[in-house]
Every structure is written in C-alpha cells, then in structure tokens.
Design a protein around this ligand. Structure first.
Ligand code: PLP
Length: 404
C-alpha cells in the first residue's frame, strides 16, 4: 500500500466541530430532556430570500432549455458576475480580471495554499478560523504539533489586553499572514489605522496577507474598512477572500470569490495572479452555474437589500445574546459588526465552560480554545439561529447566569 502523506500525519486531532458534535451526541444520549439549542457552529438557518432565490430558480430553469443551457463555464466565473463584484464591492480599486469566483472561501483557502507550497512561514491571529492552520499543515507548511501549536506557524495573540489587534513585531520574513476582519471567532473588527499598520508590516517583512473578509457585509459603521483594498499599499501585498455564504444563506449553495491583484508579485517578480489563474483553470472547474445565477440576483438592487435584511436579522440575534451575557456579568466583545460574541470566563478552561453551559442550559456553544491557545477561557456564541430558538437560549442563559 502507498505511504500516508507525512504532512497529514502531523494533524493533531479531529477538527473542532466534529468534536463538538460528538460531545453533543454523548450528552443527549445520556441526558434526555428538552431540545438542545445550538449557538455553536456558524451555519445559516434562515431561508434564502425571494429575489435571490428566484435567481437560483431561473438559473436551474434555463439549464432545461436549448437556448439557456450551459455546460462548463469560465473557470474564473461568469464575466458579468466578476464585473459586478468588482464594481459593487471594490469600485475603482479592483478590475474584473482580478476577481475569481469560487465555490466558497474555505475551498479558496485550500487552493491558495498551493501557490506557496511546503515550507512557507505562516502567521495566524490567535485565536483564528481553524482552516488556516490545518490547511497549512496539510500542504507541509507547518510541522508537528509541539506544546500548544504547530512548528513553523507563528501565532499572534489577540487578547483583551491588546484590543484583539496583535503585536506585529514577531512576523517572519517572506511568509503568509492570515488575517480575518470582522474576526471569527472574536467578532473584533480592525479599523483603518490597524489595517494600515498590518500593510506596513507586510511590506517590511516582504510577506503576503491573505485577508479573509467573509463577514465584511455585517459591518454597519461606514468608517470601518470592509476590504483590505480600501487601504493604500494593499494591492502589492494582499489577497482577499470573500463569500456569499453568510449574507445570502448560500452556505449549502456554495459561492464565494477571491481577489488577487495583478500588481501582486512573488520575490522572483512573477505574477501571483497568473499562477492563481493557472491553479483555478487546472484543478477547479468553476462555481456551479446555478449558484452564479443566484449570485447575480444577489448583486441586483433587490438582492442587495435582501442581503442587508438577512445580515440585520442575524445581527439582532447576536445583540440579544450579547445583552443577555452582559446582564449576567460576562464581559464580551464582537456582536456589533459580526455574527459572533466572544465571551470571557476568566480563569476557566473553555471546554469546562462549554460542558457547564451544555449541562445547565442544554445549549451548544464553541469553546474558544478550539481556535487557538489564546482562545482559552473564552466561549464563542453565534447569532445564527431561528428567532424563537435564540430567544429561548437567552432565557436559559439568563436563568443560569443569574442563578435563579
Ligand atoms: N472564513 C471564515 C472566517 C469563516 O468563518 C468561514 C465559515 O464559517 C469561511 C471562511 C468559509 O466560508 P465559505 O462557506 O464561503 O466556505
């Protein structure tokens, strides 16, 4: 038999969410009772809104007609969708041929890692979305797990003390910096000054930033940047990924995009955009044509209004959770420009708090330590849920926190 890929053998344990699902199953089997409510995984719950849904339906209908049928499309996406993404989200900054439509941000993260290969120094915010680290281990950019992290990965603690903005003086030379704002899991949003510092640090260390903006549409404050490309200097040091998942309910439909500026170059001077185009045309055959028809509808005026309404709905849930926790004396961040609340339980282990909330409230949350060592003693609460479930969850939390 072939040998196992040594890089995969370095992966420490199961991915965070399967572990949560296992613990939930075990608890439910041993403790029958009222339904368990999940404020855990960041999965969407609300139906796709009518205008956007009509785009999906129309996309599927056309496939059954001689005039409307399409087979393989351009791997980089339908030209009009690339043009619309560039015009709506990056007016005057990004050209359509710098936009690559994809089957989602997570898949893009995996494929982007191929651009840089094994051995590239990787830096992540700590805590961070686990895919940056696990994907880096898969491609051999990180070694074995030692102590509290993988060899070859620089973890930049984002804590209450530093306002969830890391100290950038530790960046290695010539590496990749994964940076997420609004952040999953902390919910923190970086301002212009902070992103300017990040770009300066990337230039100084000759690094490339992979900026994950999957939650940018939740930002309501116009002074906060929604894209790294709003900041001067980003075009020569950054790639951005984004997604329709949380804003249109496309978590299952699968649609996202990446921005790779033409001005972005490797140390050898070659174009990153050219290589990304090569990878996309070789191992990715384009996003589903039905999903792209839905994406086109989402970027029409009615679709954009629906996106805003959906984000507002989840933000309202998140605000309710945050208010409940704060009333119970728990210090929280996030929740204003992101669908996550990051709640602090000082001096306690995350998994222990997770178990206590599960036992006392029959609620699923996400232990902060699953996102990195600096996440310990935090719990992530997600605002994705039906209104009645979130209301019931808040009642249970209130009773538990106020001990009545
Ligand atoms: N990036 C972040 C920070 C996320 O939290 C998620 C999903 O939870 C993704 C990317 C994945 O998005 P997609 O559904 O487009 O793959």
């Amino acid at each position: 038999m072939p040998k196992r890929n040594a890089a995969i053998a370095n992966i420490k344990a199961s991915y965070l969410f399967p572990e949560i699902a296992k613990r939930r199953r075990e608890f439910e089997e041993a403790n029958p009772g009222p339904p368990i409510i999940s404020l855990g995984i960041g999965n969407t719950t609300e139906p796709i809104m009518p205008h956007i849904n009509s785009g999906l339906i129309e996309g599927a209908r056309k496939l059954g007609t001689a005039e409307g049928y399409t087979g393989y499309g351009d791997e980089q996406g339908i030209p009009v969708l690339r043009e619309r993404i560039a015009r709506i989200f990056y007016p005057g900054i990004i050209a359509p041929d710098e936009v690559f439509v994809s089957d989602g941000a997570k898949c893009d993260i995996g494929r982007l890692q191929l651009l840089f290969g094994a051995g590239i120094p990787v830096t992540v915010q700590d805590p961070s979305y686990p895919v940056y680290v696990d994907g880096s281990v898969f491609i051999g950019a990180a070694g074995a797990f030692e102590g509290s992290g993988y060899k070859g990965i620089t973890y930049l603690p984002c804590t209450k003390e530093n306002g969830f903005f890391p100290d950038l003086s530790m960046l290695p030379e010539g590496g990749l910096i994964y940076y997420c704002s609004p952040n999953n899991p902390t919910g923190a949003v970086s301002n212009r000054e902070q992103l300017t510092l990040l770009i300066k640090a990337a230039h100084k260390t000759k690094s490339i930033i992979i900026f994950d903006a999957a939650y940018s549409h939740f930002i309501r404050d116009n002074d906060l940047p929604k894209s790294i490309f709003e900041i001067p200097g980003a075009g020569t040091c950054a790639i951005e990924i984004n997604s329709f998942s949380k804003t249109t309910g496309f978590t299952g439909v699968r649609l996202g995009w990446s921005i790779v500026p033409k001005a972005l170059k490797y140390s050898s001077g070659e174009s990153v955009n050219d290589d990304w185009n090569r990878i996309c045309t070789t191992i990715f055959n384009g996003a589903s044509n039905i999903a792209q028809a839905g994406g086109l509808a989402a970027l029409e005026d009615d679709g954009l209004k629906e996106m805003e309404r959906l984000c507002d709905f989840y933000l309202e849930n998140t605000r309710q959770i945050k208010t409940t926790l704060e009333k119970g004396g728990i210090s929280c961040t996030g929740g204003e420009a992101s669908p996550y609340v990051w709640a602090h339980f000082p001096g306690r282990e995350s998994w222990e708090v997770f178990s206590e909330i599960l036992t006392k409230c029959r609620l699923i949350t996400t232990p902060g330590s699953g996102f990195g060592p600096a996440g310990n003693s935090f719990i992530r609460f997600s605002g994705f849920g039906h209104k009645e479930n979130v209301e019931e969850a808040c009642l249970r939390l209130e009773r538990y926190l106020l001990k009545i």
